[in-house]
Design a protein around this ligand. Structure first.
Ligand code: ASC
Length: 548
């Protein structure tokens, strides 16, 4: 069947954390509506840009876009942006059940509020039916971070010399709801502690039942730790793939990831419990984001704040704790898709923070990524070779000599919009190598997201990756497939995918500021197999050809 949506994108005054903010909304709301579909459905979203003076593009995060690379919604990669006053029809098939998300993919627009969830149910009788049961139903939890500054102020600051860093968010949102401390603001500030838009979300449960919570993080910056006070969570799905169930007290979730967890409503029904999200991996400067779990039939009013303090989460800098969760996340034995035993090509990608022309940038093998004006998909399909740098970025870096623990000068770092061209159908290994930043003794977590594919998560390590040693430690037995994976501080992450989806695909750090500062690459595969491009994705392309 076909699921139709008609979305008007516009700026509205919103009060997500009680503070008035101009946000980019879908049909007047942020977050936008959850798209619900069944595996195999065609989703058609007609996006009308009513922003007046701003372009837009929407990415369907986790949907592979098999045969529809032009619907990926990635400005500069798969399409020209949608101009004010224009409409664009995104049409794609959701071929696999699971928990996904959508969000703006143009400049730093995602942080302005354009985001939401996609929930795809297994088709009846499908071999992809869940290998777990829950008798209580489902709840959706969309996690976000929130700033009072506009994305324009943020982006201009990032590009300035010296840099004005975005800083830690003012609030953490659960389903678009947070709570800023109005008394900390000037009395005339537009902060309304009783505004209905910032009332905490209440999740109701029937005592004794088991619930599936679908959790997605669309944060712009923050790595989060999510907890349901007093209730253990059994992790059963991530990024649309079933995992071998494991139990946690709290869940680390990076921007761009999704999880499903099961919880049993088996606690005292006469009180409420916190849902809490806390910043990890960066030194927190943001209060805990909260929502409320309430039992039907209990003596507590559903909206009553729980009698306890919200959980504070684990130590923010305990990366060993987070690596343990990464390692525990493996494929469900009945739903394992074993990876091909070896790769045809291995690309090592050093993630470093650099200074280029006095500006702080992120670079991959010393190349800081920029998007071309003419989308790659259009440029390659139509042979517009002047549209982007034809020199491909490097395959590796000085992996025998680079000190990932030291501040490195990284001379000769450059900026480029060149891309990697992959042999169609080939198996590609990518090893993401983290390193120290410009400041000593500092390395951050980077959630890398691959468009157009799921990849096998073969391994994680701390320190410098050694191609002669570490591949022998890869998990080739039951690696889980994902579309977003963390590279831990000073560590490396190895992944494998098959380049079998004709198109051009972004692969980048899902921290919005980091992608803006160049932390990404693009892959092309099978461009000659891509069908005719819709006219609507080419509106920024000169008819004379693509010039830089
Ligand atoms: O990219 C980043 O820049 C800042 C800082 O390194 C420079 O201000 C920061 O914390 C990042 O993650």
């Amino acid at each position: 069947k076909t699921v139709h949506k008609q979305w008007d994108i516009s700026y509205q005054f919103t009060h997500s954390d009680c503070v008035r903010k101009l946000a980019v909304t879908i049909n007047g709301r942020t977050p936008g509506p959850t798209i619900r579909a069944v595996q195999g459905d065609t989703v058609v979203v007609t996006v009308k840009n009513l922003l007046m003076t701003e372009n837009v593009a929407i990415h369907w995060h986790g949907i592979r876009q098999l045969g529809t690379p032009w619907a990926d919604g990635t400005e500069g990669v798969t399409q020209c942006p949608i101009l004010p006053g224009d409409a664009f029809e995104y049409r794609f098939v959701v071929d696999r059940p699971g928990t996904y998300m959508y969000h703006a993919h143009y400049g730093m627009q995602r942080s302005a509020g354009l985001n939401g969830m996609i929930v795809v149910a297994a088709a009846p009788g499908s071999a992809d039916a869940e290998p777990f049961a829950y008798d209580g139903g489902e709840h959706e939890v969309l996690l976000n971070d929130w700033w009072h500054k506009s994305t324009y102020e943020q982006a201009a600051g990032l590009a300035a010399v010296p840099i004005v860093w975005v800083g830690e968010p003012q609030s953490l949102l659960i389903n678009g709801r947070g709570r800023y401390n109005c008394s900390a603001m000037a009395p005339d500030a537009a902060c309304n502690a009783t505004h209905p838009e910032c009332a905490a979300q209440v999740f109701a449960v029937v005592p004794g039942r088991t619930y599936r919570f679908r959790i997605a993080s669309v944060t712009s910056l923050s790595a989060l730790n999510f907890e349901i006070e007093g209730h253990e969570m059994t992790v059963v799905e991530t990024d649309g793939h079933y995992v071998k169930p494991f139990v946690v007290k709290n869940l680390n979730i990076y921007s761009g990831e999704t999880y499903s967890v099961l919880i049993k409503a088996d606690q005292d029904p006469n009180r409420n419990y916190w849902l809490a999200s806390n910043v990890v991996s960066r030194k927190p400067g943001t209060p805990t984001g909260t929502a409320v779990l309430s039992y039907y039939g209990g003596r507590s009013s559903p909206r009553a704040p729980p009698p306890t303090a919200p959980p504070a989460g684990p130590a923010w800098n305990d990366s060993a704790y987070r690596i343990r969760q990464s390692l525990a996340t493996v494929a469900h034995p009945e739903h394992a898709h074993p990876p091909p035993p070896r790769a045809d090509r291995t690309i090592l990608l050093l993630n470093s923070q650099n200074k280029i022309d006095g500006r702080i940038k992120w670079a991959i093998n010393n190349v800081s990524f920029t998007l071309p004006h003419t989308p790659y998909l259009v440029a390659l399909k139509h042979g517009l070779l002047g549209a982007f740098d034809q020199c491909p970025p490097p395959e590796t870096y000085n992996h025998t000599g680079y000190d990932v623990y030291g501040v490195q000068a990284n001379p000769n770092a450059t900026t480029s919009d060149g891309l990697y061209r992959l042999a169609f159908g080939s198996v590609v290994d990518v090893v993401l190598q983290n390193a120290n930043m410009l400041a000593p003794n500092n390395s951050e977590t980077h959630p890398w997201h691959l468009h157009g594919h799921d990849f096998w998560t073969l391994g994680y390590g701390v320190g410098r990756f050694d191609p002669a040693v570490h591949p022998a430690t890869y998990n080739l037995r039951d690696p889980v497939m994902k579309n977003t994976v963390a590279v831990h501080p000073f560590g490396w992450t190895a992944l494998r995918f098959r380049a079998d989806n004709p198109g051009v695909w972004a692969f980048h750090c899902h921290i919005e500021a980091h992608f803006f500062m160049g932390m990404g690459v693009a892959f092309e595969e099978g461009i000659e197999r891509v069908g005719d491009l819709p006219e609507e994705i080419r509106r920024c392309v000169s008819t004379k050809g693509g010039h830089h």
